[in-house]
Design a protein around this ligand. Structure first.
Ligand SMILES: CC(=O)[C@@H](O)[C@H](O)C[C@H](N)C(=O)O
Ligand SMILES: O=CC(=O)COP(=O)(O)O
Length: 264
């Protein structure tokens, strides 16, 4: 692997494990809880043990002073839930802009199975070529989404993560399939580190058990947004997620040591 790519991957991970907190939802969902005062949230989650935060380019200046030396990823496409088709993610920036914004890596969202898959596949292929010219790693966010597509089906997820490797990505994020055994089949589909999205926020216990299950299935960590940044105490929930990812804690230990209720 190119030395620049491996050096930058180390800035967004710890010992090959990834706790990335994406906060690009300001385009998708608008200024939801946790993103209005972005600075306070970034400060809390990086103090809690996140390896990296991820945003769109425009808010980079609000992120850097508050990220406590942790990694930074710039996301390069987007859509809104009020637009005609939220699966139709359009390019929002370039590798050069991401580098000017101080990024250690770039990310790109692809909806495998949607009618926009062909264009997004071309764009991801072009992005990995461009990013690698600069030694910049690419996190592919490859979801199985589209009409009549089951977004948690392990075969669909395995296909989505494999596609990311075939197109040259360095890390791939996808949805969790629901249990460690089926997620193991997803992770076996690729040699890339696989990280999971969190989806809409559940209870603390659901969040931490999902992370534990994914790690037991072979995941390398998370790219988990709403479950963390919409939490009343983002620092503590990050601490609990970090205990599972970085210290291999079980769910109860992680919740207890983070000061979160076991049944919460
Ligand atoms: C709002 C959602 O359904 C998320 O899964 C997004 O699609 C993922 C991403 N972080 C985004 O906001 O684009
Ligand atoms: O960029 C978005 C993600 O990686 C996942 O966000 P979520 O809120 O955890 O689904």
């Amino acid at each position: 692997m190119d030395v620049g790519i491996s050096a930058r991957l180390e800035r967004i991970s710890t010992g090959g494990r990834y706790l990335v907190v994406p906060m690009d939802h300001g385009i998708t969902l608008g200024p939801v809880k946790g993103l209005v005062d972005l600075e306070t949230t970034v400060d809390a989650i990086t103090r809690g043990g996140a390896d990296a935060v991820l945003t769109q380019k425009g808010v980079a200046r609000r992120v850097h002073p508050k990220k406590n030396g942790k990694g930074y990823i710039v996301h390069l496409n987007g859509s809104t839930v009020i637009g005609p088709d939220s699966n139709d993610k359009r390019l929002t920036g370039s590798v050069e802009e991401a580098l000017r914004a101080g990024a250690d890596a770039v990310s790109f969202h692809m909806n495998v199975g949607s009618e926009h898959e062909p264009e997004q596949m071309t764009q991801l292929g072009e992005l990995t070529e461009k990013a690698h010219r600069y030694g910049v790693p690419v996190l592919a966010m490859n979801y199985a989404r589209g009409d009549d597509i089951d977004p948690h089906d392990p075969e669909n997820l395995a296909h989505a993560v494999r596609l990311a490797e075939e197109l040259g990505a360095d890390v791939v994020k996808t949805a969790y399939s629901g249990d460690p055994d089926s997620f193991e089949r997803v992770c076996e589909a690729t040699r890339l580190p696989v990280v999971i999205a969190g989806g809409s926020r559940g209870t603390d216990r659901q969040t931490i058990e999902m992370v534990r299950g994914a790690m037991d299935g072979g995941a390398a960590g998370v790219s988990m947004g709403r479950s963390i940044f919409q939490h009343d105490d983002p620092e503590s929930i990050t601490r609990a997620v970090s205990a599972v990812i970085h210290d291999d804690a079980d769910a109860e230990t992680a919740l207890r040591e983070a000061g979160l209720g076991i049944e919460a």
